[in-house]
Design a protein around this ligand. Structure first.
Ligand code: MSP
Length: 528
């Protein structure tokens, strides 16, 4: 993704509202970005991975009031919770931006000032509808379409008439159409792109970007009674974190090279902001556009949409429970391999989780690495054997087979197809399992004349598992760290492609027995 000669890679998550507590949706978006970031770093790329919290707006002001605390206190409390989550899921973000950070606030004002100076922001009167829950404005046409109720919360929309500052989105119609035509991968997946195109064809209207009925936000420069619309404030985080709104800043000096972003990941419900309003803002500011905006779908819970009233939210407590039983890597593996990256939603079900864990991690990767190391322990004195070339049966051209899988796994990850990348690595492990069954080194070992052949077979098994492990490290860093230690593999080299080249396992290296993924009892049928 992106020009291959650009050494920098930047990935962003949406910044999360602080008026609620973190749940599976937030954890998911951030985890998949983390997997991609780690993988790119393993490839030797210079990565900037950005996430953070969206702390202004009416909702936060109202929640704070209801709880009898100041909006800043509420924001501080909840942002701390989001940061705790980063620790729980082994996330390696390079910055955690908060929109209440004065460095962000200052830049947002400067950016809005630039838009006012260029005439892209002007003072006008808004008449239409407002979804207070989503902090989103609707024109009459759009409000009619959703039957005057929020498509997210179902609550009635409020009538809104007020003097506001507007962003001249309508002026970008042609340029946006051209963007979509010339960069077909700008919005992915394709089904989502088509939805955006459909809405774009209806014609764009200017967007009010200031509010006067509450005060928890960043003031419009020179007009403090107008607060900058929270979505504009929030979208700017992607460039303020890199200092682009303040060329004198430390952030600019250290990070400006990370723009434009390689991939900006969002959920499908907030795609319009990212696919249309955001590029238009960047065009107005004369800044380059991200290479790709990727909108994932939703997790549902045990077959049903997650909702407060059904009480089936996969919240932090539930996720903590999964971690306690299966481990952090297992959760990361499930999210990355089974998640809703395509156009359809995915079901987070306890049984499915258990099955994925048992099939892929316990029975495949765990079993294969433990089998291989146990046989090496038994037949090769726990040392990596030498491959002398002769090998009974199996019929696998290991060097070319693994090279093909490695290429596929890397290409898929570059396309943000996490499941395919994982699948290509796991196919290596499956092949090792079949190879062990076909060649039966445990039988050959009974005949001392076959010692060399046994060594050759086991070398191939260990080497293939090593390569698969390198490819899976971004997804399950803890387990692969354990394997690296037990098999004396040393730390990742920072050149994944080279590391995955066949034949690098050093004969003589100590190979200790590993048990990477303990078996877990199946959940009771009643446990959801
Ligand atoms: N603050 C805005 C984003 C501003 S970005 C400039 C916001 N925040 S949010 O707290 O609601 O988080 C949205 C993120 O959570 C999105 O990535 C969204 O897709 C994700 N999810 C929320 N519920 C989800 C599921 N049930 N499943 C998967 N992800 C979903 O919107």
């Amino acid at each position: 993704m992106g020009p291959m000669d650009n050494p920098h890679r930047t990935i962003t998550t949406p910044i999360y509202y602080v008026n609620g507590r973190p749940h599976i949706g937030h954890v998911y978006t951030t985890t998949i970005c983390d997997v991609w970031s780690r993988f790119e770093r393993l490839l030797g790329r210079d990565v900037f991975f950005l996430t953070g919290t969206d702390e202004h707006g009416q909702k936060v002001e109202q929640s704070a009031e209801a709880q009898g605390v100041s909006p800043q206190e509420l924001a501080d409390q909840n942002t701390a919770e989001f940061r705790r989550v980063m620790g729980l899921f082994d996330l390696t973000n390079d910055e955690f931006i908060r929109t209440t950070d004065p460095r962000h606030e200052k830049q947002v004002q400067a950016l809005v000032q630039r838009l006012m100076d260029s005439g892209d922001v002007y003072l006008g009167t808004f008449e239409g509808w407002y979804d207070a829950g989503q902090e989103e404005y609707y024109t009459e046409t759009k409000a009619r379409e959703v039957e005057y109720a929020s498509p997210i919360s179902g609550k009635p929309l409020d009538r809104a008439t007020e003097e506001n500052y507007y962003f001249k989105l309508s002026a970008f119609q042609d340029r946006l159409e051209q963007l979509f035509a010339s960069q077909p991968d700008f919005v992915r997946p394709e089904a989502r792109r088509n939805e955006v195109l459909g809405r774009l064809r209806d014609g764009l209207q200017d967007v009010p970007i200031s509010r006067t009925n509450f005060s928890w936000g960043i003031g419009v420069p020179g007009v403090p009674e107008h607060v900058i619309y929270v979505w504009i404030d929030a979208l700017f985080n992607y460039i303020t974190a890199l200092g682009l709104g303040d060329p004198e800043s430390d952030w600019y000096a250290a990070r400006h090279q990370y723009w434009p972003a390689t991939i900006q990941v969002t959920g499908k419900e907030i795609l319009w902001f990212h696919a249309v309003i955001w590029p238009a803002l960047l065009m107005a500011l004369g800044l380059p556009l991200p290479t790709c905006v990727y909108a994932h779908s939703f997790w549902i819970s045990e077959g049903q949409k997650m909702s407060k009233s059904l009480g089936n939210f996969i919240d932090l407590e539930k996720l903590d429970g999964y971690i306690a039983t299966y481990g952090r890597d297992a959760l990361r593996y499930f999210l990355a391999s089974q998640g809703p990256l395509g156009a359809t939603d995915s079901d987070f079900s306890r049984l499915q989780f258990h099955e994925t864990y048992t099939t892929d991690l316990v029975n495949t990767l765990g079993n294969c690495s433990s089998r291989t190391s146990a046989m090496i322990g038994k037949y090769c004195e726990g040392r990596c054997p030498t491959d002398t070339g002769t090998c009974a049966g199996g019929g696998v051209e290991w060097a070319s087979f693994t090279a093909k899988q490695v290429e596929e796994s890397i290409a898929a990850m570059e396309q943000f197809d996490l499941a395919a990348s994982i699948g290509a690595a796991m196919a290596i492990v499956h092949r090792v399992d079949a190879f062990i069954n076909d060649t039966a080194p445990f039988k050959l070992a009974k005949d001392p004349d076959q010692a060399e052949t046994v060594g050759n077979i086991l070398y191939r098994c260990a080497e293939a598992v090593r390569i698969a492990a390198c490819l899976l490290e971004a997804v399950i860093p803890r387990a692969i760290g354990q394997l690296r230690e037990a098999w004396e593999l040393g730390p990742a080299s920072g050149d994944l492609t080279e590391e995955c080249r066949w034949g690098q396992f050093q004969p003589g290296a100590a190979i200790a027995k590993v048990a990477l993924f303990p078996r877990v009892d199946a959940p009771a049928a009643t446990e959801a």
